[in-house]
Structures are given as C-alpha cells and as structure tokens.
Design a protein around this ligand. Structure first.
Ligand code: SF4
Length: 383
C-alpha cells in the first residue's frame, strides 16, 4: 500500500515554498497526498521559530498527535512524524547539541528531524497556490539583526543559481501561473555570496549597493528581477527586502517594468537611531525616510508596508516617540507590529536585557497599531 503524506506548515511564505518542495520529495518517493491528517501515515511539520508562540504551537501539535499515532500503531499501520523547517535547522546547527536534546524531549512522538538542505531544489515543487508561483531565490541570512533567529535557523545566505531560478519561473509561466513571488530572507542581497566566493554568474555585472557612501555588497537582484519581469507574468512580487540593500538600480529596474509590484514591504523596526543600532539594523531613521522618498519620487503610486517591533530592549519613551514620528512622516499603508519577545540563541537574548515591562510594550503596541493601521482596518475588516 502506498504511504500517504500530510504536510502542515507553520510560519511565513518561505516555509510554504519549502513545503511545496517537500510535497514533491514525498511524491518522488512514491507517496500520495492524504486528504486529511487522520488518513496520513507520514506527517511532515514545517516549523517556525520566529516567536515563542510559534514554537509552542509546534510542540502542541506534535503532542496532540500522540493518540492518533498510538491508534495507528496498534492497528498495525505505519505512522511517522517528521519535523523540518526552522526548528530542525537551528537544532542541527547548535554545536552544543542542547537544542536537539530539547526538541526530542518536548516532542517525544516525533520520529525524524529532517534538515531542509536534504530536500534541495532539483525537484519541481508541487505548488499549493494556483495563481502565484512561490520561487525561493536564496536561503538564510548574513545580517544578524540582534533580535532575529533566522541566521541560526536557516544559516548563512546561499543564493540559487540565476539560470535555475529563471528556468523555474519560465516553467511556472508556461503552466499558466499569472503571478510570481520571489522569496528570500533578504532578496535584494541576492547573488552577493556568489561574487564574494569569487565566482562569476554568466556575464552579469554585479550591482554594488552603496551604504554610507561605500560599496556594501555586490548583488544580482536587479538583473534577476528584470529577467523574471520579462517572462510575461501579470505581476512580479518579491519579499523580504532590506532597506539598506535597496539600490538605486533596483528602484530604476522596478520603475521600468509595469508588471513589477508597486507595494514595497520594507521593515523599519524602529524610528530611533539608537534602537536601530542596538538591533544591528544598518540605517538611520533619516536614511529610511530618504529611501521611501526616492522610491515615491520614481513611483508616486508606490505603497509602503513595514514591520515594527515595540518594546525592544531598553526602548525609552523618547525612543518610542521617534518611531511614532517616523510613522506620521511615512504614512505606511500597513504595519505588522510585534511586541518584542526574547528569542533564545540571538545576540539580544545573550547580551541585551529584555527590560521593558509587558504593560508598557502592550500600550505602545496599541498606540502604534491605532495610528498606522486604523485606516487599513476600516477598509479591509468586515464589521
Ligand atoms: S535581515 Fe531579516 S532575516 Fe536577516 S537577521 Fe535581520 S530580521 Fe532576521
């Protein structure tokens, strides 16, 4: 009898894209998709660690599967629980072995901890969305923002070969996909690892991102975006992009192609320079405002959305008010605001005390959410 697989995905669109490849991997191993979790005997859970609540949901789900697993095994059926994604990535990268021990202890019913690297990009993904093709262009991140687990869960940034991505995009277009979403933790630094390794990618000249008057990194992202835009999709989207890697060439490339999105998600995280420094974000509030100004100058129709963290370690009232001021200046179309929570393994967890009391974090969250998102809620949330 064919094994039946069921995949449950926690977290971001990058995880959704990973799960699409895991589905292809399962099918290549002769398994069939189960119509529900109860009918499966190979359950894959793609995990997220961005917040403690996401991590706890994974533990909760695996532990809730224990009665089903026991029932299946008693009936002589196979039942395997596979944990993959960020949690497994972090556990495999933790050289002390402590995290692996902990995930085993907290999920005794899990059978396998499979690092995503084992899936690779050779198999064509089994796409879950029928309109938008999710295409990962890179994995991991080199930025080490002090609050973020990604460099530990996904490792250092690795870019996929240019031709490989363009081929996947062309295949998706031929199959009828109207939209494409290029994915990476830091899409606009795409290709820098290739050049820093001294390798050439075709004859493409790297675009140097200027930061504080210096060449920061060589990137191929404007070339890649243009190559994908020319395929003919109705809409080309990308996420996430970092403010400090948003080059002038990238702005010009987007402005040149009408089918590239005009909605830019640019995480600001804070409007205060000292907080940004503590977060290891490489721009000032003024540089961020100037960047948005340059984007809007070339594309007045641009929409800007953002991520903001309130109550980061040591955030004073004055520092928070600088975030309020920045929001009043920019008029974001939407902000995804989160209350800071300490993530194990990060620089902030080890070195910067999480000292803002929860009621203050909560008050700041409510104030900012009302200021930035009330218009969005009024237009989008049904009463
Ligand atoms: S750039 Fe994004 S993914 Fe990378 S460390 Fe910073 S917040 Fe995390």
């Amino acid at each position: 009898m064919n094994k039946k697989y069921f995949i449950h995905t926690f977290g971001c669109q990058q995880n959704v894209a990973d799960s699409e490849r895991i589905a292809a991997y399962c099918e290549s191993a002769g398994m069939k998709k189960a119509s529900s979790l109860e009918k499966a005997n190979y359950v894959v859970i793609t995990t997220c660690m961005i917040r403690e609540s996401a991590e706890n949901r994974v533990y909760g789900m695996v532990n809730n599967l224990i009665p089903l697993k026991e029932k299946k095994l008693k009936a002589g059926e196979e039942f395997t629980i596979v944990i993959t994604g960020c949690m497994t990535g972090m556990a495999h990268r933790d050289k002390t072995g402590k995290m692996m021990k902990e995930v085993h202890r907290r999920m005794p019913a899990a059978d396998l901890f499979l690092p995503l690297e084992e899936i690779g990009f050779e198999l064509a993904p089994l796409r879950a969305d029928s309109k938008t093709a999710f295409i990962p262009i890179s994995n991991g991140c080199n930025n080490f923002c002090t609050y973020c687990v990604v460099p530990y869960t996904r490792g250092r940034e690795i870019s996929r070969p240019f031709e490989n991505i363009v081929k996947e995009a062309k295949d998706a277009y031929k199959k009828g996909f109207k939209k494409v979403l290029l994915l990476g933790q830091n899409v606009n630094s795409y290709g820098s690892d290739i050049f820093l390794d001294g390798k050439k990618q075709q004859d493409l000249k790297p675009v140097y991102v200027k930061h504080l008057g210096k060449n920061r990194i060589p990137t191929l992202f404007p070339h890649l975006l243009e190559a994908v835009a020319k395929i003919g999709f109705e809409e080309v989207n990308f996420m996430s992009s970092n403010p400090w890697d948003f080059s002038e060439e990238l702005i010009d490339t987007i402005a040149k192609h009408k089918n590239i999105t005009r909605t830019f998600h640019l995480a600001v995280q804070s409007g205060d320079d000292e907080v940004l420094k503590r977060m290891n974000r490489w721009y000032t509030a003024k540089e961020y405002v100037d960047l948005v100004g340059r984007i809007k100058q070339k594309m007045p129709e641009a929409h800007i959305t953002t991520d903001i963290i309130v109550g980061f370690c040591g955030e004073t009232d004055k520092e928070f008010q600088n975030t309020v001021k920045l929001c009043k200046k920019i008029h974001f179309d939407r902000a995804f605001i989160s209350i800071y929570s300490n993530r194990r393994g990060t620089h902030a967890y080890k070195h910067i005390p999480d000292d803002i009391p929860h009621p203050i974090k909560d008050k700041r969250w409510k104030l900012l959410d009302k200021l930035v998102n009330s218009q969005f809620y009024a237009e989008n949330v049904k009463k």
